[in-house]
Design a protein around this ligand. Structure first.
Ligand SMILES: [Zn+2]
Length: 411
């Protein structure tokens, strides 16, 4: 039988077996993986991508983004980034609340990516940079439950940002309310930690197995590390309890020394996400492949890094969004969501959110992004080359002015 597309002789990542099939061919028909083998006749395919020396992975799943353009301070259009980053599934992490989810929902239907959202416990969502849960009337439980119940087809969880700026004098109350919405709807929580109060000790009793702790390696949350600089008892407890540790890099959510302490304690992140938004796309995070490259700098195996941005988030999503058709694998029969990467040899100096640098042995640079068997292309006149950060950009937390991104102030 003919093939619509053949990806030839790439090094194919098998996330299920935690291995790489070198020089393998991936055949695609009718939007699905039709075969994986060697020596597939290229004449059988309408289109051929030569991938020798490249890494072929499942389409990346970014569990923490702010993909609500026009919906507030952080809103980023996924169509401007997906095609050059390999990210085929975007999870918006609470940009919208009960008052604004309708607008995000309309937008989701018009974008060429797979898309899900977490509902912010604050009904105004991330209209501004912060402060959304300082007014408790915004965090009313009943409207959030009603909104969630009528949008279960697009929602995968409830988001609560718990830091001093966001909650002000309300402390842990917004998280208590998010817990109530979670319990009433069956949607798990994703809790953002940052500079407290509240501290991680305040947050810990409200988290359950399957909930997500994002910005897990932030340097500003009180309680992640103990006085000796090691991963705290709280962190061990949450990890053992089945809470999902998510990176959520962003502009302030990732520290090399904190992540190193967690790796030393045997607590690698379950999911690696970018927290990509209108600010972090221009500095520090840039895109998910750049964030993944930082974990290569920490010595993680490339297959484990890919799994943390494909099969592991897919498993979490499937627990709430059973119909999400991207399984995060390249198994025959799966939806043909595929990313192809150049492995540019290092050394590559990369920075965390606080200016600390490490050196990666190689850099992952996306060359093709395929969604349901179709390659994504640049919107309008955006150029792939100019949208990828330079080596100097990677090594500093300074500003990188990518084209066609909003020029917002970060102060
Ligand atoms: Zn975020």
């Amino acid at each position: 039988m003919g093939l619509d597309l053949l990806i030839r002789q790439g090094d194919v990542v098998d996330v299920g077996q935690r291995s790489i099939l070198p020089g393998a061919d991936v055949g695609i028909r009718a939007g699905r993986i039709a075969e994986i083998g060697s020596d597939v006749d290229p004449h059988r395919a309408d289109h051929v991508i030569e991938a020798a020396g490249k890494l072929v992975t499942p389409g990346l799943i970014d569990l923490h983004t702010h993909a609500f353009p026009g919906g507030g301070y952080y809103g980023l259009d996924p169509a401007t980034v997906a095609w050059r980053s390999g990210v085929t599934t975007w999870v918006d992490a609470g940009s919208a609340g009960a008052y604004t989810l309708g607008a995000l929902r309309e937008l989701m239907e018009a974008r060429p990516v797979r898309y899900r959202a977490l509902l912010n416990i604050s009904a105004i969502g991330l209209a501004g940079e912060s402060y959304e849960s300082r007014v408790l009337e915004n965090c009313a439980v009943e409207p959030a439950i009603a909104c969630a119940e009528s949008n279960m087809d697009i929602l995968v969880g409830i988001k609560a940002r718990i830091d001093a700026n966001t909650v002000g004098p309300n402390g842990i109350e917004p998280l208590r309310r998010a817990r109530q919405v979670s319990d009433a709807t069956g949607l798990p929580l994703m809790v953002h930690i940052g500079a407290g109060p509240p501290t991680l000790a305040d947050i810990q009793p409200l988290l359950r197995s399957g909930d997500v702790l994002t910005h897990c390696a932030t340097a500003v949350a009180d309680g992640v590390l103990d006085a000796s600089g090691a991963a705290s008892e709280l962190v061990h407890d949450l990890y053992e309890r089945g809470v999902v540790f998510d990176v959520g890099h962003g502009v302030g959510g990732f520290s090399f020394p904190v992540m190193e302490a967690m790796l030393t304690a045997g607590l690698p992140p379950h999911t690696i996400s970018s927290d990509l938004h209108a600010v972090s796309v221009r500095r520090v995070a840039f895109d998910l492949p750049t964030v993944l490259t930082k974990f290569l700098a920490l010595g993680m195996d490339v297959v484990d890094v890919i799994a943390a941005a494909t099969s592991t988030p897919a498993t979490w999503l499937s627990s709430t969004a059973g119909d999400l058709s991207s399984p995060g694998t390249l198994d025959v029969g799966a939806a043909a969501d595929i990313a192809i990467f150049d492995r540019q040899p290092g050394p590559v100096v990369v920075s965390d959110a606080y200016g600390q640098t490490r050196t990666a042995p190689e850099r992952l640079v996306n060359t093709h992004t395929i969604l349901g068997g179709l390659e994504l292309t640049a919107p309008s006149d955006e150029h792939r080359e100019s949208a990828i950060p330079t080596l100097d950009d990677l090594a500093t937390p300074g500003t990188y002015p990518a084209p066609n991104t909003p020029t917002r102030q970060t102060t």
